[in-house]
Write a protein that binds this ligand. Structure first.
Ligand code: SAH
Length: 265
């Protein structure tokens, strides 16, 4: 039975008959819930672990839905394990950490974005990586894609053109223990000739064409994933394969939206 109205605001449904929440108690309760979700849960990692597992489930469902275009109805076990392991909340600004496990791109400063988890997973999967591979990434950004790659292959080389982003990503990757990632500042259009050739190359900014230096630095039998197209126009994710005889084939996968590959080239 509801108690008679006494001017106080009752918590509904009342957890214990006769206990009410007045305005001050309500504010304390709301503050407690807020602090729990924003501070306690994330600091324990428990909340984020659960959100990350849910994110991977969502990514898998979307991969299956886009299989008519991508030709992949699921992700390889190595990619699933990496996506479940890499803690995306470390790669976004602190104030966006609560949104880190939405299947969305997020701003990382300097007009750049961390890619959508679905795209990170799909690109990594399409590279068909092997444990001993050496991979080149163009566009380090936050370092998230590099970390996902580093969970799967032996070594990752990543180039970033915006100095503060590159420096922050290098420090972040180091502090998270990714000792098999090397970050360099510069124009990725020209690749990393000193460490070439690479088993796989991933370009995470949209280019107007496949940069010839990158094609040259790809091993015969290797694969490159690159979004092609102009900024604000339809871009397509492409798989470029260098055959063992040196000939090159390419295949269009899905329409995508990436920030542009900049630089003086
Ligand atoms: N892979 C990143 C997201 C990439 S956003 C992540 O996981 O967070 C694209 C990045 O490419 C941006 O950081 C941008 O500064 C960088 N970029 C653009 N043009 C580049 C170029 N010519 N060489 C190297 N990096 C470039």
């Amino acid at each position: 039975m509801q108690p008679p109205f006494d001017g106080k605001i009752w918590f509904w449904p009342a957890p214990v008959p006769g206990i009410c929440f007045n305005e001050i108690m309500k504010r304390h309760f709301a503050l407690g819930v807020f602090l729990y979700f924003c501070c306690v849960l994330p600091s324990q990692g428990g909340g984020f672990d659960m959100l990350r597992q849910n994110m991977v489930e969502e990514v898998l469902a979307e991969v299956a839905a886009s299989s008519p275009y991508s030709g992949r109805d699921t992700l390889s076990p190595a990619v699933i394990t990496a996506m479940k392991k890499v803690e995306r909340h470390h790669f976004v600004p602190t104030w966006l950490a609560m949104f880190a496990y939405l299947n969305r791109p997020l701003p990382i400063g300097y007009g750049q974005t961390i890619s959508q988890p679905l795209i990170v997973a799909l690109m990594t999967d399409l590279l068909q990586l092997k444990e001993g591979d050496k991979v080149l990434e163009i566009g380090t950004g936050s370092g998230y894609q590099a970390a996902v790659l580093a969970e799967i292959v032996k070594s990752v080389y990543s180039i970033e053109i915006i100095e503060p982003l590159g420096k922050e990503a290098a420090e972040r990757l180091k502090s998270l223990g990714y000792s098999n990632v090397e970050v360099r500042l510069g124009d990725g259009y020209y690749g990393w000739p000193e460490t070439a050739p690479f088993d796989a190359i991933i370009v995470t900014a949209a280019a107007s064409h496949v940069p010839p230096p990158l094609l040259k630095q790809l091993k015969p039998g290797g694969r490159m994933l690159i979004p092609l197209g102009a900024h604000f126009m339809t871009q397509y994710l492409m798989v470029v394969e260098k055959q063992t005889d040196g000939s090159v084939t390419s295949r269009q996968i899905v329409p995508v939206s990436f920030v542009p590959l900049t630089g003086g080239h």
